[in-house]
Unconditional design. Structure first.
Lengths: 177, 177
């Protein structure tokens, strides 16, 4: 982090309450997502993807840039999903595990969300802790992570848990105790 | 306001930064809306409706109740529009002009929004000021208000401006100078 992009702690002195603005904005528009997706380059053929994001229409670009400056990580990018929106959508996105574990998760542990989104955040941070411990590199750990993802956001069935690997070879995915 | 429901100013001492959480949450999920709707009980046959609202799924009810406590006005009600959502939606809603003019508008003037939603807020407060001055009771004033509403939110054409009264009798709706 450069001195021109102060972190949350430095920023606090310049803009009192900025942390709580960030908490409120993320309570409103933030998304903590974990996906287990096919990737033949990974040892188990599946990769765990993690992202913290906030989406806005283009006229609110400066608010997303405030988030980027505040956290000192992530990028503001064009959203590929346009859904029903007529305007260009932008997304503040943090995907690097080091940034999530080192910056984003500690911030929201210190400054808790006030909506039900905090339950998604808790599952998100649980998965990241498991990954820091290397659990996603084992079949049992990957299954646990996929089960957690089913409780997040849109509560979709995990494609990994529906896959032939997980269904046809149950003994290989049993959690070791 | 009872002492058990402290206003924003009192609340600040209990929960530092609560104002900025409110600003951030409203930047994310708030809506400032003005509608000019048919109402034969009104002098001109049209009524100006105003609402500040924040919508959440039912599991985040407590966050909406925080807003109600913070502002010391408004209600948490069930949203009648369900759209594509599977969950019950709740809405924190302030409609009374006295609450909007006396509490909501001064709060966001003192604690500005950081997204493009601030432009909607500015139009919203402009309309309320016009109403405080009685301008909505004149045809010229009503036309000005309807023109402002077309610049807000979904930027829909005003039904009032498309109505036969406004189209067929242009001279009656000309702004007096």
């Amino acid at each position: 982090m450069s001195s021109e992009n102060p972190s949350g702690a430095d920023n606090q002195q310049e803009r009192p309450g900025i942390e709580q603005w960030v908490v409120g904005f993320v309570d409103g528009e933030g998304c903590f997502s974990i996906s287990v997706v096919r990737n033949q380059g990974c040892r188990l053929g599946w990769q765990v993807q993690h992202e913290f994001s906030v989406t806005q229409a283009a006229p609110s670009r400066s608010a997303l840039e405030e988030l980027s400056t505040f956290f000192g990580c992530g990028y503001v990018i064009e959203n590929q999903r346009t859904d029903n929106h007529r305007e260009l959508l932008l997304r503040f996105s943090v995907k690097r595990r080091g940034d999530l574990v080192g910056t984003v998760v500690p911030f929201f542990e210190e400054h808790p969300l006030r909506t039900a989104k905090r339950f998604d955040f808790e599952r998100f941070s649980t998965v990241l802790r498991k990954m820091e411990a290397g659990e996603h590199l084992t079949e049992a750990g990957l299954r646990q992570i996929a089960q957690i993802t089913e409780q997040m956001n849109r509560r979709q069935r995990s494609r990994f848990l529906e896959s032939s690997e997980a269904i046809r070879q149950p003994s290989r995915f049993r959690t070791s105790s």
